[in-house]
Design a protein. Sequence first.
Length: 328
Amino acid sequence: MKALFQRVYGAASSLVLEDLPRPVPGEGEVLVRVRASSVNPYDWHFMRGEPYVARLMPGGFGLRPPGGILGCDLAGRVETAGSRFGPGDDVYALLPQGAHAEYVCVREDLLAPMPVNLTYEQAAAMPMAAVTALLALRGVEAGQRVLVNGASGGVGTFAVQLARALGARVDAVCSAANASTARSLGADHVFDYRTEDFTRSGRRYDVVLDVAGSRSVFACRRVLAHGGTFVAVGGPAGRWVQPAGHVFAALASGLFARRRVVLADAVACQDKAAVLAELTALVESGAVTPVVDRTYPFDDLRAAFAYQEAGHAGGKVVVTLGVPGGAA
């Protein structure tokens, strides 16, 4: 099988498409033929080993790349029989790594049935971004006001839709070029981050979901309502400390403020398949639809990494393997 393999830290050009033996599932696993995967900031942080501070942290990247197959999002078809899934079942999953390959062995407890109304490409756009967005919005109630800073990316496009599905009123921060998309997803008001400072708008929000990290948490506190919650998802990219520094600063600020500060971390979620099942119900009801910016063939996966890393994607960047389109 073909797989995108990492041997050194570096740019997308350093990744290697290799022919590897097809994996054999172990106890509790099934073999999945990957039909589509997607690219996330999580992937290219691993690719580059940045921020450098993460190489020294327990559970971080390590001083040397471990060597392996990148990719955490997949949608595909089960090839071998398991206890919960069998050959022909269409599934999707959020993996630790390994999705950028033609085949992958996946623990059955990580798999969820794919939404019946999505193509493989659309389903592959969901796991990391949609799970992060749903975890970030836990506790949001109907009638509350939510602000999504970074509303045009993968997490942001899901967050706007999910907040609206929960009955909240949603404002979005993104570029003017993506404002119409944010409104179509349910945003009531859109701030152009190039010309407007949302932290000085005079508006108040019960939840500020910060994907972009373009303002400090201290500035964001100006728009938080009494008892409001600041949710840290990401931050500005950097070689040494960012975005980890922004997230840690946000968490530390919660120790000295009356507003709550929390971290939405899909990687640390202990029941990813159950969260995906929640999302499936929302997708099949029509409340949520993945936004796909660009789709690349598997042989151009390195170009997909480079485009996503540039930071201008309006939605998700998806990679197709095999037959594109619907679950067929």
